[in-house]
Write a protein of this length. Structure first.
Length: 678
């Protein structure tokens, strides 16, 4: 019993002092005098970076408060990529809302960092109080001496000549032989206040606990038109496998259409085991090329090219030709293998092995991909696998590729993507990753947060006016705009929507106008310009005679093509800043729901866009023009010019008439020219 009491006594002596006085001291010592909260922009409290492009202004806000009535000063503390030194930018303090705001400009690609610092603005607090006392006719002699001390403190911290000016002002405030009125005028002098605020050191500088990051990309990461094509289908001779040389000869036509990025599905050797045939047949006929997503054969894996396309040197020539035409080449980054991929024999541990010893092929019931084996990203040797995957990207970056469309990233570990994108962008900050994740919203958004530059979206399946308004409002006005850059691909080799199947040529024009004007990023898969719309069977979104499994020869100037419309839309996009942003979209009222009406605003560039969503019938409506946003008086007529046709109209007031017949014109793209004389 005694020994137990002795042990208990020793334990008590070792316990920290938890007396009330000690606890009060700890709370006081560890609690900041100022509270900095809600620092924006940020994603998940700063866990992930927000996205911007070179030249953007980053607007920063924060809630900053403290006890009492003192004023607060704050500043942004930010650092450019590759720099050790931090810069500062001032913030404006709104006392009534305890809110600070400021901005800085990002002028280089890479990862920027910022945080917020705040402190009690002692001089403004003193100056505000003394001004109130002077207006109330109170004695301020003691207050003037207090202010002189603050000014003298600033003088001691300032270089000449500011230090001399401040020291003289402090003496004037202390000179009790001068008239109180003259001393008060000195105390309230605006130029003096600016000098003091510049040089008075903070007494209670407090920094936000969280440092936020900004990923800054090149302009084409946020504004570009994409064109997807299979090089193997670019031969001018029907039935012959196309080459990189053939694809290179196709590039000038794509450039003339106004596209910025040419995206190629996998260009690697295609496996022969379980090769798919025409229209996804389980057995390929002799000579059928198979699916390019069945990557790898005896000719190599992800760092090799399909011999029928040419050589790596041929690919390099193709990339150079694209650059000469102002085009960037995007490659498919598909981390999966055919059963013939060299990795399967060199590293069988990197794959899923069934109990019977066979390697599992890919499935997404009811779909089965017998020609593909998925990779086990958490196998026992996963660090070597991840390094090999990084090596693939480094290889193609070395061959002039800086844009990658990533196939099904939601089926691979998020930790892997955060690691590999971080590694690549630390060394090559200009690289762009497009996430092809048609998956549930949380996973789609999660991929965007952790580093993907752009994202495929649900736009393909949003076809009614209500669906479009709801989805685009979410994308452009919620927190998503800070980290998700939607790329509105209208069609893909996998997706031919029912709207295009049933709507004919007008449906293709409708979706073109919507995609190209609602989002700064959009894309089409080749054949769209020819209005190809035949599914493999009713109810399917797969194309008949899909290019995924066979060569396709096309006459690019066939009757009914919409080449001229695509070229015009892309030219308008380049000429109008309003179409180069995502966050400037506002929907306005159309009294007929078949016509969608919206406003895109840019610097001296206001566009009003009306689109007939019904591809079968003419529709008419009264649209409600946002005169307040346009700065137009409701009593004054104004002119709008249709950028699609060149026609001009004079409109009056809020309600104006629109009629759109899909047989001749599916949309108005109206530039507001401004008021006209009655």
């Amino acid at each position: 019993m005694i020994k137990a009491m002795e042990r208990s006594s020793r334990t008590m002596r070792r316990m920290p002092d938890r007396s009330p006085d000690r606890m009060v001291f700890e709370v006081a010592a560890n609690h900041p005098g100022l509270m900095i909260e809600n620092v924006r922009p940020s994603v998940d409290g700063g866990r992930y970076a927000v996205k911007r492009v070179v030249g953007d202004i980053v607007h920063v806000t924060a809630t900053v408060y403290r006890d009492g009535h003192d004023w607060i000063a704050a500043r942004i503390r930010y650092r450019a990529p590759g720099r050790n030194a931090w810069c500062t930018a001032p913030m404006t303090y709104e006392q009534g809302w305890d809110r600070c705001s400021g901005s800085f400009t990002v002028d280089r690609i890479g990862r920027w960092s910022f945080t917020v610092e705040a402190w009690t603005d002692r001089f403004t607090s003193w100056r505000t109080d003394i001004e109130k006392k002077i207006r109330a006719g109170q004695d301020v002699a003691s207050d003037l001496i207090e202010g002189a001390g603050l000014i003298a403190e600033a003088a001691a911290n300032a270089p000449e000549p500011d230090s001399v000016v401040l020291a003289d002002a402090a003496e004037l405030l202390r000179a009790d032989d001068r008239l109180p009125g003259s001393r008060s005028r000195v105390a309230l002098d605006a130029q003096l206040a600016a000098l003091v605020l510049e040089h008075l050191p903070p007494a209670d500088l407090t920094r936000s606990e969280r440092v936020c990051d900004v990923t800054v990309d090149a302009a084409d990461a946020a504004f570009a038109a994409w064109y997807e094509m299979f090089p193997r289908s670019q031969s001018p001779e029907p039935g012959r496998h196309g080459t990189f040389a053939d694809a290179g000869r196709r590039l000038p036509a794509i450039a003339e259409l106004g596209f910025d990025v040419v995206y190629l599905p996998p260009i690697h050797p295609i496996g022969r085991t379980n090769r798919k045939g025409r229209n996804n047949a389980l057995v390929a006929e002799p000579g059928e090329p198979g699916s390019p997503w069945a990557i790898g054969s005896s000719d190599g894996g992800h760092t090799a090219v399909e011999p029928a396309l040419g050589t790596l040197r041929d690919f390099d020539r193709f990339v150079r030709r694209a650059r000469e035409l102002g085009l960037e080449i995007a490659l498919d980054y598909a981390l999966q293998c055919s059963p013939d991929h060299p990795w399967v024999t060199q590293h069988p541990e990197w794959f899923f092995v069934r109990p019977d010893g066979t390697i599992k092929f890919a499935e997404n019931p009811p779909k089965r991909y017998e020609d593909i084996v998925p990779i086990d990203f958490w196998n026992a040797d996963y660090p070597a696998l991840w390094d090999a995957c990084l090596g693939i990207l480094e290889h193609w970056i070395g061959h002039g590729v800086r844009i990658f469309r990533v196939d099904n990233p939601h089926t691979k570990p998020f930790a892997f993507w955060e690691w590999i994108i971080g590694r690549v962008k630390a060394k090559h900050p200009g690289v762009v990753f497009l996430s092809e994740a048609f998956t549930r919203p949380a996973r789609m958004l999660g991929l965007a947060k952790l580093g993907f530059t752009q994202s495929y979206t649900y736009f393909t399946w949003r076809n009614s006016p209500g669906e479009i308004r709801e989805y685009l409002t979410e994308l452009t006005t919620s927190e998503f705009v800070e980290f998700m850059r939607p790329n509105f691909f209208i069609n893909t080799p996998d997706i031919l929507h029912e709207y295009l199947q049933a709507g004919g040529r007008p449906a293709f024009l409708v979706r073109l106008v919507l995609a190209a004007t609602l989002s700064p990023l959009y894309g089409i898969y080749s054949g769209f310009e020819l209005c190809e719309n035949v599914p493999v069977r009713p109810g399917s979104e797969e194309y008949l005679d899909s290019e995924k499994y066979q060569l396709r020869f096309r006459d690019w100037n066939a009757d009914g093509n919409i080449n001229a419309d695509i070229a015009l839309i892309n030219r308008i996009r380049r000429e109008h800043p309003a179409l180069q942003r995502l966050d400037n979209l506002r929907f306005d009222l159309s009294e007929n729901d078949s016509i969608l009406f919206y406003h895109k605003a840019g610097p001296d560039d206001d566009l009003l866009i009306a689109v007939n969503i019904d591809p079968h019938h003419a529709q008419e409506t009264m649209v409600h023009v946002p005169l307040d946003r346009l700065g137009i008086d409701a009593t004054q007529p104004f002119e709008v010019e249709d950028l699609l046709t060149g026609a001009s109209y004079v409109w009056h007031g809020v309600r104006n008439y629109v009629r759109l017949d899909p047989a001749s014109q599916v949309a108005h793209l109206l530039r507001v020219r401004g008021p006209v004389s009655p």
